[in-house]
Design a protein around this ligand. Structure first.
Ligand SMILES: [Zn+2]
Length: 367
């Protein structure tokens, strides 16, 4: 079997990097940023895991784990341009109309990675920025890998040079000869699997592991892939700075399962969080969180089960008229410079694009 062959995504040339960095510096100066930024009620940022700068990370984790140095820089920038608040404060304001500070910002971490405690929590404590962690409760204390990690591992470690996708429409073998072909294959497989009901999805992951001849075990997990345990959750909850919400029990995509099973997932994660952490477990975040991954039936079940909100992965901001059971967020990627992330969070980039578009149109009309 091949050794672990994790590698980084292709890097930009030094010249391109320098130009990009100069543009980001210019755009993120305070007066310009204040002119360009959007002013929603609040911005919710979505993180997953983190890693120490000397840890190795699979390229195929799609940038969802952030280097600690990037997170530290980003927190510094965010504190300068936003007012961090607790998610519960935002939800209360949405429901009762209470005012929020200008430029309110909420940090959320999905899935329950141990790195939330080991890497992110000390930084949050240092700068006193609150965050909410959404737990898929089946994985807490267990270190059983999620299906996405099993696939990433199998595709990184397999000695096979091709893969047959689990789809009737795409039955031709696809090449696994290079890291970038493996990354493409991973993206395709994930897309196909995410459209399946959860039990079938798990069967397909088993079949793919058999096909690739690699099966991820607990012992293979890299430090950044490990799950939180309840002692770590309790310590963070006791700090008053870190809050917890549900992310289903098994991390199943609610819109792809029967309503009864969806309701069971919603009930189970809340009961476990409340039992283990002695807090109100009424915050929720949809796994995968794209349109079709949740539905009005899910929102109704959440409301009936006493949840006060549900967060999606759809990109956008929170305003007074936002649906509390379909709140949009801004996803954070390790592949982005922290200043780029700041411009995204403030809404300056889309605004700049619109302004440039209007200028181009005006120029064309003047000719
Ligand atoms: Zn998730």
């Amino acid at each position: 079997m091949k050794p672990l062959s994790y590698s980084s995504p292709p890097k930009q040339s030094n010249v391109a990097q320098n130009i990009r960095s100069l543009c980001l510096d210019a755009l993120s100066t305070r007066p310009l940023l204040d002119r360009l930024r959007e002013h929603p009620l609040a911005v919710i940022l979505m993180f997953h895991g983190f890693y120490a700068d000397d840890e190795s990370v699979a390229y195929s984790s799609e940038g969802k784990h952030l280097a600690v140095s990037s997170f530290a820089r980003l927190l510094g920038l965010l504190k300068r341009h936003f007012q961090p608040i607790h998610l519960r404060e935002l939800i209360a304001s949405l429901r009762n109309g209470a005012p929020l500070p200008p430029n309110a910002l909420v940090l959320t971490f999905d899935d329950g990675y141990e790195s939330n405690f080991r890497v992110a929590y000390p930084l949050l404590m240092k700068v006193q920025v609150p965050a909410t962690i959404f737990l898929a409760t089946e994985f807490v204390d267990e270190n059983t890998p999620m299906w996405t990690e099993r696939l990433e591992f199998a595709l990184a470690r397999s000695s096979k040079d091709h893969l047959i996708l689990p789809s009737a429409e795409e039955d031709k073998p696809i090449s696994l000869a290079t890291p970038s072909e493996r990354a493409t294959a991973l993206g395709k497989v994930k897309k196909i699997l995410k459209s399946l009901p959860h039990p079938e999805l798990l069967n397909q992951v088993d079949a793919l592991e058999d096909q690739l001849g690699v099966r991820l075990t607990r012992g293979d997990l890299l430090p950044y892939q490990r799950s939180l345990n309840w002692d770590q959750c309790r310590e963070m909850a006791d700090s008053g700075l870190v809050d917890f919400g549900g992310h289903t029990h098994s991390h199943c995509i609610l819109g792809r399962v029967e309503p009864d099973l969806a309701r069971k997932e919603i009930q189970t994660c809340r009961r476990i969080i409340e039992d283990r952490l002695n807090i109100d477990g009424g915050l929720f975040c949809y796994p995968n969180g794209k349109p079709g991954d949740y539905s009005e039936i899910c929102a109704k079940s959440l409301s009936e089960e006493g949840y006060s909100c549900a967060l999606t992965t759809e990109e956008g901001y929170v305003n007074r008229d936002s649906d509390p059971y379909a709140l949009h967020r801004i996803g954070i990627s390790d592949r982005d410079d922290p200043k780029w992330t700041l411009l995204q969070a403030t809404g300056s980039l889309p605004r700049l694009k619109r302004l440039l578009g209007r200028m181009q149109t005006a120029e064309k009309e003047a000719l």
